[in-house]
Write a protein that binds this ligand. Structure first.
Ligand SMILES: Nc1ncnc2c1ncn2[C@@H]1O[C@H](COP(=O)(O)OP(=O)(O)OP(=O)(O)O)[C@@H](O)[C@H]1O
Length: 281
């Protein structure tokens, strides 16, 4: 079966010197021949420490990074970000939810205007149909429709992340890339957003590429897990298998890594995990 997203041998290099003077020694490889696929309706969790290349991989899927080698395919067709039609296809099929819901919404636009913009311009709905769909979207993320006339600053972090998710789903994407969408939220709000994403996935069949640091969350939400280490995909497999029997030494270190030097942080982490487990069932 054709994968929804298929990343093949993707290598991404960043250089530090000015273009023409850049020598090979000045390149660093953020991704090294990475291959990863996501099937329709599947959730793939992507983990790895800071700087391992997770965001670079997400940006590559969106065509925001030019690969040195390798390909990204959507629905079996290779995406060439230099072609307008391909960029449009990516915008239609792939949406992104970022870490920080405080900067993701335009502070000068009401929630209604932000949603209508997507629904009218990208979905081509007329005013009446767009208004009805906007109300439906808010309902799906459990935000009252009175939000349509309000501004982002009037909402909490968790509510804003719900609004960001509603806007991302407005275009009915096939793939939602969530780049650490819980990092800026407190633990009880994190649980709410996880539950929301799970429910929306069941309702819409959207596939998720879920990037995160928190291994407990990734295990909870993912069908499959991929582990990035210094730009290399060192392990990939069924979530339970990767967690219960990690094959790569880095995965084992990652799973074992709790901040040993800080017992308070360890306790907090344990309590957070317990609270999260209780709230997400
Ligand atoms: N635009 C860029 N120019 C130069 N180097 C970059 C650029 N973007 C990322 N990098 C480098 O590529 C590597 C991977 O970065 P990336 O942001 O993808 O990691 P990450 O796993 O998402 O990290 P984090 O969890 O901290 O967000 C890092 O060494 C980073 O410094």
């Amino acid at each position: 079966m054709t994968a929804l997203l298929d990343i093949r041998d993707l290598t991404v290099r960043f250089g530090s010197g000015p273009g023409l003077l850049r020598r090979q020694s000045q390149w660093s490889e953020a991704l090294k021949s990475v291959s990863l696929s996501v099937a329709a309706g599947e959730t793939v969790g992507l983990v790895g420490e800071s700087g391992s290349g997770k965001t670079t991989l997400a940006r590559s899927v969106l065509g925001l990074v030019t690969p040195h080698t390798g390909t990204v395919s959507l629905g079996g067709e290779v995406i060439d970000a230099r072609r307008k039609a391909d960029r449009q296809r990516v915008r239609r099929d792939v949406q992104m939810v970022f870490q920080n819901p405080y900067s993701a919404l335009n502070p000068t636009m009401t929630i209604g205007a932000a949603l209508l913009e997507v629904l009218r311009r990208r979905e081509g709905l007329d005013r009446t149909a767009a208004a009805a769909r906007a109300a439906e979207l808010l309902d799906s993320v459990r935000i009252p429709t009175s939000a349509l006339g309000r501004y982002p600053s009037e909402f909490s972090g968790g509510q804003r992340q719900r609004l960001v998710i509603a806007r991302a789903l407005a275009a009915r994407p096939k793939l939602l890339i969530c780049d650490e969408p819980l990092s800026a939220l407190d633990v009880s709000t994190q649980a709410e957003i996880i539950n929301l994403l799970q429910r929306l996935k069941a309702e819409t069949g959207t596939a998720y590429l879920f990037i995160g640091h928190d291994l407990a969350v990734i295990r909870h939400i993912s069908d499959r897990v991929a582990v990035l280490y210094r730009g290399e995909l060192v392990e990939e497999g069924d979530a339970r298998q990767v967690y219960d029997a990690p094959a790569h030494p880095y995965t084992r270190r990652l799973l074992a890594s709790v901040p040993e030097a800080d017992p308070q942080a360890q306790r907090r982490k344990r309590e957070e995990r317990r609270a999260l487990a209780e709230r997400t069932g």
